[in-house]
Design a protein around this ligand. Structure first.
Ligand code: SF4
Ligand code: SF4
Length: 147
């Protein structure tokens, strides 16, 4: 299993407001993360695609800007690049006390700062062309799926 254990997710965390003093025992990793990667996307698990029709539907989704598709040991996911409305400048959470449970449960022990989703995935598609090429290799008569 990879670091991607969240099934329906906004991977997010206890955002550290700033780098912590040396020796404080507090991990200041989030304070050093300039992009707040985890608050800028959603991972949504999708049923394992098997048929040409399944992949054709995913092609339509991946064709949209900010929509990626990946597979890891937990299954297939849409990776949707979208900034949380509550993310504040500097990486603070604007609703920290009331943030959703998925944000509370998320740990930064091994997060996207350590390994990006493309790096940690068995398969990763960010464009129509990439997924189309995969489908052509997987299905012999891919172009005849509309017949
Ligand atoms: S990507 Fe990792 S280091 Fe960056 S804010 Fe999210 S949990 Fe913290
Ligand atoms: S609610 Fe807060 S912790 Fe959760 S994704 Fe948005 S900014 Fe990040």
């Amino acid at each position: 299993m990879t670091r991607k254990t969240v099934v329906t997710s906004v991977p997010v965390l206890d955002l550290m407001p700033s780098p912590q003093p040396a020796g404080s025992g507090v991990d200041n990793k989030c304070g050093r993360c300039t992009r707040s990667i985890c608050c800028n996307s959603i991972n949504q698990q999708v049923p394992t695609p098997r048929s040409k029709s399944d992949f054709d539907h995913l092609l339509w989704q991946v064709a949209h800007e900010g929509i990626n598709l990946f597979k890891d040991s937990d299954g297939w996911f849409l990776h949707i690049e979208s900034r949380c409305a509550h993310l504040q400048p500097g990486g603070f959470c604007g609703i920290y006390e009331k943030r959703p449970e998925v944000c509370r449960d998320y740990s930064n022990d091994f997060c996207e700062l350590d390994e990006s989703i493309p790096e940690g995935s068995e398969l990763f598609f960010s464009t129509y062309a990439q997924l189309d090429a995969y489908c052509r290799a997987r299905f012999k008569q891919w172009d005849k799926r509309f017949d």
